[in-house]
Ligand binder design. Structure first.
Ligand code: ADP
Length: 296
C-alpha cells in the first residue's frame, strides 16, 4: 500500500530530487564490516540506509543428512530471516513464503560465484538476519553474504554486488526506499552482478517497464552495483590489509615478472599500517634532535 495518498504524491520529474533528498542514481549510505561474529567461519555486518543485516557462513562441512550431498559440488544453503522487530508491524517469527523465496534466490546467486565444484559432498551454510529493514533487504543480505563468504576464505570467482533499481513517482531510480517501493507506479528490480565478469546473478522484477526504460535503467543498476563492490572490497581490505609491497608482489605475479624481495613484503596490520608512518616520523625527529644536541 502507498504511504501517501495519490494527490499528495511527489513528482520526481518536477522536483528533481527524491523524498529523502537523494539524486535519482544515488545510493543510500552503505557501510560493511567483515569478521564480526567469532563463532562463524566468516561473517559480515552491513548497514545500508535503515537496513541492518548480519551474515554468517559455516563450512564447507560434510552435508548431512547424507542424501543431501552432491558428489559433484558443495550445496549452497542460504537461510534468510527477518527479526520480528525489523518491520513496523511485528513479523511472525516463523519463516513465511517470502523468506523461503529470498533464501532460494540468494542461494542461486551465491552458487554462481563460489567454486562449489572444489568441495563435493559438502554444504556451505549461509545465514542472513535482517535486524532492521526499509526496502532492499534481499540485496543488502546478498551483498553482506558474499563478503562473509570471502571472510570465510571460500574460493570465489568474484564478490556478488547487488542493489535495487526501478521506478517511482515518474522517474527511474536506484536503491528504492520503502516509500518509493510503495509508490502507485512503483517498479522494484533487485539486481546482482559479479563485477569482474559482468555476469548478472540475480534479476527479479515487481512491476512493468517499457523496453526504453529498461535500456536506461540497466546501466544505472550496473554502475550502482560497481559502487557497492568498491565498499565490499574496502571492507575486506580493512580486515586483511596488504602492504604496498605485497600488492606489488601480486601485480608482478599477474604480469609474470619477478616479485620484489620477499623479506620486504611484510603484511602490516591495519592499525599499524595507519600509525606506522607517524611513528617513523617521530623517531626520525628524535634522531635529528639528538644529532643537533651532540653538535652543540
Ligand atoms: P526487499 O526487502 O528485498 O525489497 P520486498 O520488496 O519483498 O523485499 O519487501 C520490501 C520491504 O517490505 C522490506 O524490506 C521490509 O521493509 C518490508 N516488509 C517485508 N516483510 C514485511 C512484513 N512481514 N511486515 C512489514 N513489512 C515487511
Amino acid at each position: 500500500m502507498s504511504g501517501r495518498p495519490r494527490d499528495d504524491a511527489p513528482d520526481y520529474k518536477k522536483e528533481k530530487k527524491r523524498v529523502d533528498g537523494r539524486k535519482m542514481d544515488e545510493l543510500r549510505p552503505l557501510s560493511i564490516k567483515v569478521g564480526v561474529l567469532p563463532n562463524a567461519d566468516g561473517s559480515a555486518y552491513l548497514e545500508w540506509g535503515q537496513n541492518k543485516v548480519y551474515a554468517a557462513v559455516f563450512g564447507p562441512r560434510e552435508a548431512l543428512p547424507k542424501h543431501t550431498q552432491n558428489p559433484m559440488k558443495a550445496v549452497m544453503k542460504v537461510t534468510y530471516r527477518m527479526a520480528t522487530f525489523s518491520v513496523p508491524e511485528r513479523k511472525q517469527p516463523r519463516p513465511n513464503r517470502r523468506d523461503m523465496e529470498i533464501s532460494k534466490v540468494l542461494g542461486e546467486a551465491l552458487d554462481k560465484a563460489v567454486f562449489t565444484e572444489q568441495f563435493p559432498n559438502t554444504e556451505i551454510a549461509v545465514f542472513v538476519e535482517v535486524v532492521d529493514s526499509n526496502a532492499g533487504s534481499r540485496v543488502a543480505c546478498l551483498t553482506a553474504a558474499s563478503c562473509a563468504l570471502a571472510n570465510a576464505g571460500i574460493p570465489m570467482r568474484d564478490l556478488v554486488a547487488a542493489t535495487g533499481i526501478g521506478k517511482a513517482f515518474g522517474e527511474l531510480i536506484v536503491d528504492l526506499n520503502k516509500e518509493e517501493e510503495d509508490a502507485p507506479d512503483a517498479v522494484d528490480i533487485p539486481i546482482a552482478i559479479m563485477p569482474n565478469t559482468g555476469e548478472i546473478v540475480l534479476l527479479q522484477m515487481d512491476g512493468l517497464l517499457t523496453k526504453e526504460e529498461w535500456a536506461k535503467l540497466a546501466p544505472m543498476g550496473i554502475k550502482a552495483c560497481k559502487a557497492v563492490y568498491e565498499v565490499q572490497k574496502k571492507a575486506l581490505q580493512e580486515k586483511f590489509p596488504i602492504s604496498e609491497l605485497s600488492e606489488a608482489n601480486v601485480e608482478a605475479e599477474v604480469a609474470g615478472k619477478d616479485a620484489p624481495a620477499k623479506t620486504e613484503s611484510k603484511v602490516v596490520p591495519a592499525k599499524e599500517a595507519k600509525t606506522a608512518p607517524a611513528k617513523a616520523d617521530k623517531k626520525e625527529d628524535k634522531k635529528a634532535d639528538k644529532a643537533k644536541k651532540v653538535k652543540k
